[in-house]
Design a binder for this molecule. Sequence first.
Ligand SMILES: C[S@@+](CC[C@H](N)C(=O)[O-])C[C@H]1O[C@@H](n2cnc3c(N)ncnc32)[C@H](O)[C@@H]1O
Length: 752
Amino acid sequence: MTNVAAMTEPGYKRGLRNWVEERNSRLPASGETLVDHNNTAYLMAFLEANDDLFDHAFRASLHGQADGSQRGPADSRVAVEEAARALREEERHCTFGGGVPPAEDDRLPAFVAVERSLAHAPTRSHRKAVRTAWDAALDVESLAVQDLALAVRNLRAEASDPSCRGIAADNFVGTFSASVVNAMSRIFGTAPLSLVSCAELAMEETPAKMLALALQTREPMLDVDRVLEEIRRRLEAVTGSTARASFAGDRWEVLFGGSADGKVPSSGVVIWPLLGPNSDSREATGRATSATGPGVPTAHVGLRCSSRPDGRLVMHLRDLKATLHELGHAVHHALTASREPLRHGLESAGETEIDLLSLWLEWTVFDAGWGGCVIPAAGEPSGKGLAEWQGILQLEALKELPLRALVMELDRKWLMHPEFDYQDVWRQVTDSDPAGHASTYLEALHRLTWPIPATRPGAEYGLFWAMSEVAGTWMQRHGLASHDQTPPAAWFERILGKEPHHAPDPTALITFLEQAAGATKQDPLTADEGNPMSSTREYPSDYISAMLPARDPELTSMLRQAIVDEQLPPIQVDDNAAKLLECLTLLARPQLVIEIGALFGYSTIHLARGLGKGGQLISFEIDPKSAEIARENVSRFGLDDRVRISTEDAVSALSRMAPESADLIFIDGAKTEYVEYVKAAFPLLRAGGALLIDDAFAGGTYAVHEGGEDDRLGESIRQVVRALARSQRVTASFLGTEHGMLLAVKRGNDDE
Ligand SMILES: C[S@@+](CC[C@H](N)C(=O)[O-])C[C@H]1O[C@@H](n2cnc3c(N)ncnc32)[C@H](O)[C@@H]1O
């Protein structure tokens, strides 16, 4: 049996080449020549070691053609389509995501085709594209295979975008590494690969291989009951045991404070299981009035999960972080909104998110692997040594890390290198800190200093990234630093420049952390490049509503009917934003206004109220029930002469409208479709016309995702606002409503 571990040790490529040569000379009669195309030979080694693992078709696909030619991109597209068709014909969705045990898989030929097409995609500089494919591969359980094929195509498109780089790949690498190790453990009974080897491998290798290995491996899935139980335990700890939790049918409630018998809760959080890839947690809130009882400040959080045939709910590990961020914010909000401040509530609220995030950190490191962390020894190329790392770990910002637990796990995983003198490292550490300052972290440092030479750039990503994340959140909570919605990505950008796949330089990290920890406030006049959404201030809703007159009772009654009686989600614009819409139409006197997303017509009514003589508003609302209620409301306010509500899909309807015919287009539909909306809407605007984008701050509900790997909503919004704000073809400005709007006025050819 080929020793696969040998293939992945330093210099494995050389080993691989030798192996390939040896193999080709050994099997000349087969007529196949194995070529190390995109390093697929590694897989071949893997395969040779395990004849049962992959079927012949799959192996054959990894061989170069006899004449050495490779299939080109055109063939690849066809191959993907073939694969999609083959899978559709089977009327089955793929099931290799989500902890499903390996099945006797008769779909390999189809995957082979997908694999081939992926083999042409670059890796290093197009990590995001890889990530897309990987996501698709892992999500196929819930996505139809068309989506997989589409993702593969998108991957190709994205691969040509030089900005396709990012931290998301690290999650991928970690998950991939763990998957490989898990697979290997299953096969060999022990894990002959180290995570670091795998991480490096993953970073070097092609998506083809990753996808191929995905066939044999599983991303960790978490049992939702287990997640909720752990969350409850942590919340209890944070809130001084005042949290009570119950899972009731379609929702899970946590109540804080109040009387001991639980009859008078002070505040609550409702966690809604979100089934399906596109569910929006805000929409979940529409499914119920306050589940925690009248008058109880309640926050709502969505938990993306999927349902097993036995009824069990499970979630991807990678969805956990977004959920915990969101939950942290929600709990913070619920605790501070409580009318009677809880015993520990106010002090501990700010820590909640950190505490919850630690859960993610632990599970990520424990269950997914993260590729581990390498502490470079002094003088080694990717770092200056122990002292710097020690410095990092001693920083206040990192003391929140529950490293002890992490250390235990790493201990189990890594202390398999008997030649290394841990005691020596321990002595170095303790000698340098006789006061035992931050002893937990020193212990961590001791344990984390395993003997893997820093010859594998990128291997230290895992923990490094996780530390950045938690530290960034901590700093923001303590007002020490403002950072944007994607702290790790931003930090990496700063620290690593444009090449995040290189090993991070610890000195740069230390400097950055120190500056951040030392900075009380940023100079307001200094533009903070790459940190565009910094804000440590809450939106002053109380102040604004105290200033504005009380809402018109007719509008309140309309809102109550739509939200309470009709159970539509309360995701309309806030009152001040509604006034802004009215101001804008009053000001611009537009002839044609288009709205994407009417819901029950709250924004529609305000836009229409400002319309002058002859002004028309076409509002698209794809949900027929909402559209019907919107129509009734428009009519209730006597605006039917100027408003038409259409149930057509806004994107396709806009594509048929006359170019340069609209004066104002208000975009407030599905957040994931924002890019499509803008593409369809922009040509419809006349010069001087404006796009108005709701939720542009990506800072209301969307901030909570903090740029997590599944931050599709926030990412979609950020793409749009960034593009518009920087475009030469518009003049754009952010308007301060609760969720923020971006006003982008189209410039004419004559405009300077
Ligand atoms: C945030 S709500 C709109 C709220 C509304 N503008 C307000 O402030 O009162 C988004 C709405 O967009 C609708 N929607 C989503 N995708 C759409 C599409 N492609 N075309 C038309 N409407 C869409 C949804 O059904 C939902 O009711």
